[in-house]
Design a protein around this ligand. Structure first.
Ligand code: BDR
Ligand code: CA
Length: 311
């Protein structure tokens, strides 16, 4: 079993990723850390606890950053994609989880777990990268102690989603992402380059509803909202991007994707390009690669695997 920390901003596709991860015996989830992004960190923590409740899981949920690492900017709203509550408007007003989040702080949890299991832990970030940046700033030794960091973020070879060039998780905290990218920590980048190839159509969601379980109903209601939002955003697309679940999939089966070593940094200044992940695609790059970038995905194989486990 691979020890995993999953860092989320739950979020509909985060909820799908959590369910997929919890139901995957190859992964030993050490805890789920939360960050601002799709919603506030308090809402992300609540949503994560509620999803885990549906999964009968008592995994620790550790709240993290409420704001960006270094510079606070006005952020793109995710209400149209994830709903007012981050769960596709499925939560009744005032709905609270039965249990409480951990009193620890996510960056400290990351440091403690990585140090206690040297060279073993994989961190999967599917939110702004603030918690990991704070952890590295406080404990630079963890850079050489993790097994890998799988990042859902960026768009190296295709358009962004938050802006024409920037993907939402990177755009939420560009300085945090760039700090992590420059730190020397091993990274696999699961960006829109591949996640926009893994589309989930409505017909597959109907199957979850047919199961007549509270988990199936919740996941189906949320995901219907998400697919409708995608259809609004990308008319004719026929499904929603399985961004965060693919990052989990890559932890389970790295061969779902084909990667290329590359030097990638984040644009921190561009007026039109803030948050863009700039990969050095030249035949003779100026710098050594700092990550493996996923460029192709076996979408059918991944989708089958995801659907066999998520609900
Ligand atoms: C990413 O942004 C968030 O809205 C999603 O949860 C995912 O992590 C996709 O760009
Ligand atoms: Ca997310």
């Amino acid at each position: 079993m691979k020890p995993i920390i999953l860092d989320v901003d739950t979020g509909i596709d985060d909820a799908l990723a959590i369910s997929y991860a919890v139901n995957s015996p190859e992964l030993e989830l050490l805890g789920v850390t939360t960050c601002f992004g799709n919603v506030t960190v308090q809402e992300a923590t609540r949503n994560t606890l509620l999803v885990l409740e549906h999964l009968d899981s008592s995994l620790p949920v550790i709240p993290g950053a409420a704001k960006p690492f270094f510079v606070s900017r006005v952020k793109a709203s995710a209400v149209h994609i994830h709903g007012r509550d981050g769960m596709g408007n499925t939560l009744s007003d005032g709905k609270l989880p039965k249990r409480e989040a951990s009193s620890q702080y996510a960056p400290q949890f990351i440091i403690d777990q990585v140090r206690s299991r040297p060279h073993q832990v994989t961190i999967i970030t599917v939110a702004a990268m603030t918690n990991l940046a704070l952890a590295i700033m406080q404990a630079p030794d963890i850079v050489n102690l993790v097994d890998n960091v799988i990042v859902m973020g960026g768009a190296v070879t295709r358009a962004g989603n938050a802006t024409p060039h920037a993907e939402a998780n990177i755009y939420a905290d560009p300085e945090a992402a760039d700090y992590v990218f420059a730190s020397g920590i091993p990274i696999t980048l699961v960006g829109l380059d591949v996640t926009m190839e893994t589309l989930l159509p409505k017909k597959d969601v109907e199957v979850w509803r047919d199961k007549q379980t509270t988990l199936g109903d919740l996941m189906a209601d949320m995901t219907d909202f998400y697919i409708d939002a995608y259809e609004d955003f990308y008319p004719g697309i026929g499904g929603c991007g399985l961004h965060d679940p693919l990052a989990v999939g890559v932890a389970i089966h790295p061969d779902f994707v084909t990667t290329s070593p590359m030097h990638v940094r984040v644009d921190l200044e561009g007026f039109h390009t803030l948050g863009r992940t700039v990969g050095d695609l030249r035949s003779k790059p100026a710098n050594q690669p700092n990550m493996q970038v996923c460029l192709q995905v076996d979408a059918d194989r991944f989708l089958k695997h995801f659907l066999s486990r998520v609900v």
